[in-house]
Design a binder for this molecule. Structure first.
Ligand code: BT5
Length: 259
């Protein structure tokens, strides 16, 4: 199926979920699905509402960076209203959902690079942006934004770094965006609804991290650290063993693998 065949009806048809994708809002082009989803959430959209775009003209990464998603890529955002305790797990749910679906739909083995990248053969194929607003004991809303390079040639876009890849580039053939989107909605629902039943998702996420045991440089907005990425805590933070033996807990940052 071609990208032109994407529509709300095609995505929701017999999807089999009970929360995520009960309503799908599809736009051929949007500035950013996260921004559109945020507006929907502020107007009281039901939990599990999904915004999908055929392309984004102002896609966003973390820390005011851009995310390029031309036609041929997937850009979607899921509206969730989780309890506060589950907010740090959303990045785990999203990245594991992507890893499972790339395996299921495209038979590609992907890995997770802390905190929010999905890689194939060491190159970034997917970026995740979770944005939330907190009021009281529940998140007022959380937007789970996922961008995947599907049928694009990364080298054709100067804005996409040479450290990126796409599914078609890895496989030498196109992959159905519709199949991946439908898989993601079902898989993310399964993982999200399983959060209250224990730490299995945290353990699986930890097991899929390419970062652990490696010598890394971590840069956050204020500072930069070097050391061995020893583990991750269940709140998603990275535990970095520094050369002086101390263990530093890092909540957010960019990781460069040194090995
Ligand atoms: C991310 O940020 O990786 C999060 C990207 C989230 C995108 C989704 S798409 C649906 C939803 N709506 C949005 O507006 N956003 C979300 P970060 O780790 O900060 O990485 C951003 C950096 O990745 C950029 O500075 C570029 O260097 C690089 N980049 C940009 N476009 C890329 C692409 N298509 N593939 C790989 N790398 C890219």
């Amino acid at each position: 199926m071609k990208e032109n065949d994407l529509s709300s009806a095609a995505i929701t048809d017999n999807l089999g979920t009970r929360l995520i994708g009960q309503r799908v809002i599809y736009h051929p082009s949007l500035p950013s699905t996260n921004d559109a989803a945020k507006r929907e959430a502020q107007q009281g959209a039901a939990e599990g509402t999904v915004v999908v775009a055929g392309e984004q003209t102002a896609g966003r990464g973390r820390m005011k960076r851009g995310w390029l998603s031309p036609r041929g890529s997937i850009a979607l955002s899921i509206i969730l209203y989780p309890e506060l305790a589950y907010l740090p797990s959303l990045i785990m749910v999203a990245s594991l959902g992507v890893v499972h679906c790339l395996e299921k739909v495209a038979a590609l083995k992907a890995q997770i690079k802390w905190p929010n990248d999905v890689l194939i053969n060491g190159k970034k194929v997917c970026g995740i942006l979770i944005e939330s607003e907190v009021k009281g004991r529940r998140a007022d809303y959380a937007i789970m934004g996922i961008g995947i390079n599907v049928n694009i040639k990364p080298s054709a876009f100067p804005e996409i770094p040479s450290t990126a890849t796409s599914l078609s580039h890895e496989l030498g053939r196109d992959v159905s965006q519709l199949d991946i989107i439908r898989c993601l909605l079902a898989e993310i629902e399964r993982l999200y609804l399983a959060l209250p039943s224990g730490d299995a998702i945290y353990r699986e996420w930890r097991g899929n991290l390419v970062t652990l045991g490696k010598k890394v440089q971590v840069s956050s907005e204020e500072t930069s650290y070097e050391g061995i990425a020893e583990s991750v805590a269940s709140d998603g933070s990275l535990l970095l063993r520094q050369p002086d033996g101390s263990l530093t807990k890092i909540v957010a940052g960019d990781v460069t693998l040194r090995d």
